[in-house]
Design a protein around this ligand. Structure first.
Ligand SMILES: [Zn+2]
Length: 244
């Protein structure tokens, strides 16, 4: 049963390393989350501004096109009006005035469209200017939080790198199904996947482990899970040897 002993020991060693990594993570507090939230907010505001600026550009293009069209129509209009003096009969006169009215309507329509496009562009500028100060504020806040986080990360950089390389080494020694069970329980229990027995109770959930089960666990020849919390239970002997 030597094999299982080592299997349990290595799982517990993995837990000990993860405990230390978790402690380093805890030192960072809410900073990583805050940074993420700020980044998301900033990106969303930047996107809003970019969309509005795009709309303004398109509006300007449309206005330019309309202006060219109005120029062309005005030229035509002049021509039509001069032709009015040269008509030979009523029919020609009616056709020409009809053309003049139609051109006039088109010019009015395009001019009105340009007025409302100009209004839209103005209101977009106001909206963009409204957003900019809060964007600057968020950027400043992000900068400060990032600096704080960087400082904490930097202070423990070496320790973390050492732990991570140790973890890698240990992880390569843990059996695949053990790793997946460990990771699953660790995730469900927010950190601790392995527990020991302290004063006859599971160190993870503090529920009493029946004395018969305690005896079996001390044999170190079978993998037991706590009946209450589902954590892997190891004997104190294994816990002690894992610390060496
Ligand atoms: Zn438990």
């Amino acid at each position: 049963m030597f094999k299982l002993y080592n299997r349990l020991k290595i799982i517990y060693q993995l837990q000990l390393i993860d405990d230390q990594l978790d402690e380093l993570e805890e030192l960072r507090g809410d900073l990583p989350k805050t940074v993420k939230v700020l980044e998301d907010k900033i990106n969303s505001l930047k996107e809003d501004i970019a969309n509005m600026e795009k709309e303004q550009k398109e509006s300007l293009k449309k206005r330019n096109r309309n202006e060219l069209e109005v120029e062309k129509l005005s030229e035509n209009q002049k021509k039509f009006k001069s032709q009015l003096y040269q008509v030979r009969n009523n029919k020609e006169y009616d056709a020409l005035t009809k053309e003049i009215d139609h051109t006039e309507d088109q010019i009015k329509k395009l001019t009105a469209e340009n007025d409302s496009l100009a209004d839209l562009s103005k209101s977009l500028t106001v909206q963009i200017e409204d957003i900019k100060p809060s964007l600057d504020e968020l950027k400043q806040e992000l900068k400060e939080n990032k600096a704080d986080l960087k400082e904490i990360v930097k202070a423990n950089e070496k320790e973390e790198a050492k732990l991570r390389s140790n973890r890698k080494k240990i992880e390569s020694e843990v059996k695949k199904p053990d790793i997946s069970a460990y990771m699953r329980i660790r995730k469900a229990k927010k950190g601790k996947a392995v527990a020991t027995i302290k004063r006859s109770a599971c160190s993870g959930c503090h529920n009493v482990v029946p004395s018969q089960r305690q005896l079996e666990i001390r044999q170190n020849n079978k993998l037991y899970l706590c009946e209450y919390c589902g954590r892997i239970l190891v004997s104190n002997e294994i816990a002690e040897s894992a610390k060496e």
